[in-house]
Write a protein that binds this ligand. Structure first.
Ligand code: HEM
Length: 138
């Protein structure tokens, strides 16, 4: 059985998986492979939804975890954490809108917003992993 403390590692794994799926989905649309693009992006949405649920369960039980390291790590950690958190809140409606526009066949508008959603979602997923490593593994 995994305990609540293990959820931090699960969450980082989900973030890393989302990053790979988003990157692969982007690669596929550049190859004009719409079905594979759709499959990767839908899978990334499912993984991100699982992440959000697990993240909420973890922090409901554990509260906030203090960063106690000093020096350059602190100077890197807090800007990363703040940009990660703000953009994570911003990207949620963007992902839903991007997916909704595709699901309703409005691909012109889909592409216009997706060009912002893609890098922001990627940044949030990758920095999620970095924040975890800096907080729990270094
Ligand atoms: C929220 C998740 C999604 C993201 C972040 C996303 C991202 C993108 C991006 C960045 C592009 C433009 C690529 C370029 O610069 O050339 C694009 C194009 C496209 N996406 Fe998505 N996508 C998502 C979901 C979907 C879904 C579910 C479908 C369903 C079919 C889809 C279908 C398409 C199609 C058909 C295009 C090409 C449109 C055209 O060139 O006219 N996307 N997507």
């Amino acid at each position: 059985m995994i305990g609540i403390a293990d959820l931090a590692t699960v969450n980082a794994g989900l973030n890393a998986t989302a990053a790979v799926l988003i990157g692969t989905g982007f690669y596929f649309i550049k190859q004009k492979n719409i079905q594979a693009h759709k499959a990767c992006m839908l899978a990334a949405m499912v993984v991100s939804a699982l992440f959000l649920t697990s993240y909420l369960v973890y922090h409901y039980n554990v509260g906030s975890v203090r960063f106690t390291k000093q020096g350059w790590m602190r100077d890197v950690y807090f800007p990363l954490l703040i940009t990660h958190t703000v953009l994570a809140a911003v990207v949620l409606p963007m992902v839903l809108r991007t997916g909704f526009l595709a699901a309703t066949g409005r691909f012109g508008k889909h592409v216009r917003i997706a060009r912002w959603t893609f890098p922001v979602w990627m940044y949030v997923s990758v920095t999620g992993v970095i924040v975890y490593v800096m907080l729990c593994r270094l």
